[in-house]
Ligand binder design. Structure first.
Ligand code: GLC
Length: 419
């Protein structure tokens, strides 16, 4: 008997559950990833609220004393994964990477709370950890109100063309010989290339050598790029943090200041030459000139009015499925290579959420239906070719299954909050 997509999605969450946390997919990503876990929690919330909360609590159990919540927690070492915990040299309570990831947690903790107020105490226990994480960003990663990263992986958009200029500005000297694992799991044509990978590892080495000293990195690393993924998700999450602070009578002044700073700072990501939000390379002092799916998180962040709507409509005419991770009109667009073109379903959920909240119900609905069709036809791949929806990257992917259950599924998806 064939399973329905809803049943398959639940089975994927169950298969990828390692007890208290979920791996993105078996083999390729054998640990707990930060934003993947938050999406996983939404998927669990559809049938097991307790498990949803546990996912996020486990994520926060790896928070560093300085407030940073790592992008990977290495709960149980898997010798098949590279780069391994020793290379990262993380300094937190659980072995981890030394960088963070898009801070979507506050938004979806609030969402879980709204859907299940019986768990209020668990949400409240996460308030201070969340605030400390946000403070870490605002202390170390805020350049004029825009949020910067010190490694491409931190944005969750590992190899998008936005990084090409900043990566070309240094030589990856002194990295030990290594063997990649990702290309034995997935076709090399769907993964970052070697030139990029050497530079990713150089940046890891730089961070590990200074003990992930943020002050040192701020002053010395060649890679410091302000990014719409981080800026828009943090701004949005900080608005949700404010709502929680108000609910519980917590002090709101610091949080309000952060929101004001980022509202103003997101203007630094507006590139007048292409009339779009993109990244800003702080070292070079230039915009990166790439319209990405992260550029369309503007509504989700509640800034910019409808400045990006023309681009959204233009791009909808270029590919069968939206939103491609790189504008198909950009010369570096590659429809099968990871963040250089493919569609990512969980990013679509965030974009559609913002569109719906901003009053663009028809756009939100169209994106929801396209994503439903893309997953419904092609299954739970890591990402999809925008031309025909062909599945790419890893399979049986947690976040694709999770956003199906939470949002795109015609049976279980909660479209009310997205439109
Ligand atoms: C890749 C993605 C990143 C994700 C991770 C685990 O590194 O680029 O966004 O969190 O895989 O799925």
């Amino acid at each position: 008997m064939t399973m329905t997509r809803d049943e398959e999605a639940r089975a994927i969450l169950a298969q990828n559950d390692r007890g208290g946390y979920t791996v993105p997919t078996d083999g390729l990503y054998p640990y707990q990833w930060n934003w993947d876990s938050v999406f996983a929690a939404l998927g669990f919330a559809e049938h097991d609220m307790n498990r949803a909360w546990t996912e996020i609590e486990t994520l926060f159990s790896g928070q560093w004393p300085n407030g940073m919540v790592p992008h990977i927690l290495f709960h149980k070492v898997d010798p098949g994964y590279f780069p391994n915990p020793d290379i990262w040299g993380g300094t937190g309570p659980i072995q981890s990477s030394g960088i963070s990831q898009p801070p979507i947690a506050a938004t979806f903790i609030r969402w879980l709370l709204d859907h299940d107020p019986t768990q209020e105490a668990r949400a409240r226990a996460l308030f201070e950890p969340l605030k400390n994480w946000h403070r870490w960003f605002m202390t170390w990663r805020c350049e004029g109100g825009a949020i910067v990263v010190t490694h491409p992986w931190e944005t969750g958009r590992d190899n998008c063309p936005d990084w090409d200029g900043a990566l070309a500005a240094f030589e990856p000297t002194g990295i030990a010989a290594y063997k990649r694992r990702d290309t034995s799991e997935v076709e090399a044509a769907e993964r970052p290339n070697q030139w990029e990978y050497d530079r990713y590892l150089y940046l890891v080495k730089l961070g590990a050598e200074c003990g992930w000293d943020e002050a040192w990195l701020r002053d010395n690393t060649p890679f410091r790029v302000a990014d719409p993924t981080m800026t828009f998700t943090l701004l949005r999450s900080t608005r949700d943090l404010l709502a929680m602070a108000e609910r519980w009578g917590e002090d709101t002044s610091e949080i309000r200041n952060w929101i004001a700073a980022m509202e103003a700072g997101s203007e630094r990501l507006w590139n007048p030459d292409i009339e779009a939000y993109d990244c800003y390379d702080e070292r070079a002092g230039t915009h990166t000139g790439v319209i990405s799916n992260a550029s369309f998180l503007t509504w989700y962040a509640g800034v910019g009015g409808d400045r990006m709507l023309t681009h959204l409509d233009r791009i909808a005419g270029l590919t069968r499925y939206q939103v491609p991770s790189t504008d198909p009109a950009h010369p570096k667009y590659e429809p099968k290579r990871y963040w250089r073109g493919p569609v990512w379903a969980m990013l679509n959920m965030l974009i559609a959420t913002g569109l719906g909240e901003a009053g663009h119900a028809a756009h939100a609905q169209a994106l929801t239906e396209k994503t439903r069709d893309m997953i419904g036809t092609n299954g739970f791949a890591e990402y999809f070719d925008p031309r025909d929806g062909a599945p790419a990257g890893g399979r049986n992917f947690t976040w694709t299954a999770a956003v199906w259950l939470a949002w795109a599924s015609p049976e279980t998806g909660r479209t009310a909050w997205a439109a």
